[in-house]
Design a protein around this ligand. Structure first.
Ligand SMILES: Cc1cc2nc3c(=O)[nH]c(=O)nc-3n(C[C@H](O)[C@H](O)[C@H](O)COP(=O)(O)OP(=O)(O)OC[C@H]3O[C@@H](n4cnc5c(N)ncnc54)[C@H](O)[C@@H]3O)c2cc1C
Ligand SMILES: NC(=O)c1ccc[n+]([C@@H]2O[C@H](COP(=O)([O-])OP(=O)(O)OC[C@H]3O[C@@H](n4cnc5c(N)ncnc54)[C@H](OP(=O)(O)O)[C@@H]3O)[C@@H](O)[C@H]2O)c1
Length: 286
């Protein structure tokens, strides 16, 4: 007969610990709500996860149980990793879509909760997809700033370029807060200064604009480029394929419009397998 051992607290804990609550589970360590539509959060990083700054992964939560079978399936969505490749944790910057299958739930996570993270990073917004250049432009709308939050904290960005310009267009001023704090933190980050070299942040230019609420710079970045305002304000010439490189991340209409403009300046779209002058990625599917 099999010996029956009493389940002590100790053995019970061991059994509990051996069973992961979620497949590919990572623990939430920090959450910050920026507006009623935007939040950012950090999670533990799987020790085996290697990624290039600018890439995205699939993250999510378990979906509701199937009414017929009671089984739950993971509900996953693409998310740009907003933290740089060297960070111990992973950061994400997220929209809250009120009736969105994932974000209607994800917006309620708290430190200690678990999320699912599939450790297969991919994406086109990587340094490897661009030919060497002198000035790098990051063009973002809305949550499209997320991959650039990663790249802007990556030493390679400043090692490879003399000047790095982030443009961020949002509807309202409050939606710029995550980017504004990011830039402020980069400029005062001692670890980055040690890693990259004192004064590295002098290469970094920030150009935030709003379209539906008064702010120091109003207008869509595309219109401000057409009018020449951006180049005048920053004191830089229009883009040329000889010296300028660009990465674009925003809604579909924005991506298409700016892609046309970049082609008009003579820049050619690149990819991991064929590095060129600019790369584009959607910030969300529509
Ligand atoms: C390559 C890639 C990277 C992405 N990275 C991010 C990211 O870093 N942060 C992030 O918040 N989302 C990101 N998304 C969008 C994300 O995958 C989900 O769509 C989003 O989390 C909403 O999920 P949902 O299930 O709640 O709603 P969904 O059913 O996925 O979307 C419902 C609707 O909400 C709108 N919507 C979805 N995402 C956004 C958004 N980010 N901004 C504005 N409107 C949106 C669209 O109109 C969409 O049709 C990315 C998408 C792609 C394709
Ligand atoms: N942001 C909000 O306050 C809000 C509130 C409720 C619901 N929503 C919904 O959520 C979805 C996403 O909204 P979002 O504000 O996160 O993202 P968005 O609609 O993609 O807009 C983000 C920014 O990109 C600009 N933009 C849009 N198309 C462009 C183009 N072709 N060229 C240049 N710039 C362009 C917008 O300017 P314009 O303002 O000129 O379009 C806005 O400043 C939308 O379906 C929206 O209806 C948004």
């Amino acid at each position: 007969m099999t010996e029956q051992r009493p389940v002590t607290n100790d053995t019970a804990t061991k059994v509990e610990k051996a069973k992961p609550a979620l497949p590919d589970a990572q623990t939430v360590t920090f959450v910050k709500h920026w507006t009623d539509r935007l939040f950012s959060f950090r999670v533990t990083r799987p020790p085996s996860l290697r990624f290039r700054s600018g890439e995205f992964v699939m993250i999510g939560l378990m979906g509701d149980p199937d009414p017929a079978t009671g089984k739950q399936k993971p509900l996953l969505r693409a998310y740009s990793i907003a933290s740089p490749a060297w960070d111990d944790e992973l950061e994400f910057y997220s929209i809250k879509v009120q009736d969105g299958p994932l974000t209607s739930k994800l917006q309620h996570i708290r430190p200690g909760d678990e999320i699912i993270l599939r450790p297969k990073p991919v994406g086109t917004l990587v340094h490897d997809a661009l030919l060497p250049g002198k000035r790098l432009w990051f063009f973002a709308t809305g949550t499209g700033i997320a991959p650039f939050a990663s790249l802007l904290r990556d030493p390679q960005t400043y090692e490879d370029y003399d000047e790095v310009i982030l443009t961020h267009t949002c509807r309202e001023v409050g939606e710029l807060a995550y980017g504004a704090e990011l830039i402020e933190n980069i400029r005062s980050d001692e670890l980055l200064a040690e890693l990259i070299g004192e004064g590295f942040h002098e290469k970094l230019r920030y150009y935030p604009t709003t379209t539906r609420e008064e702010s120091p710079k109003m207008g869509r970045i595309t219109d401000l480029m057409r009018s020449g305002d951006v180049f005048h304000d920053l004191g830089v010439p229009e883009l040329t394929p000889e010296t300028n490189r660009a990465m674009v991340c925003g809604n579909l209409a924005f991506n298409l419009e700016i892609k046309d403009m970049l082609e008009g300046y003579g820049l050619v779209e690149g990819a991991n397998s064929n590095p060129q002058h600019y790369v584009v990625e959607k910030a969300f599917l529509d």
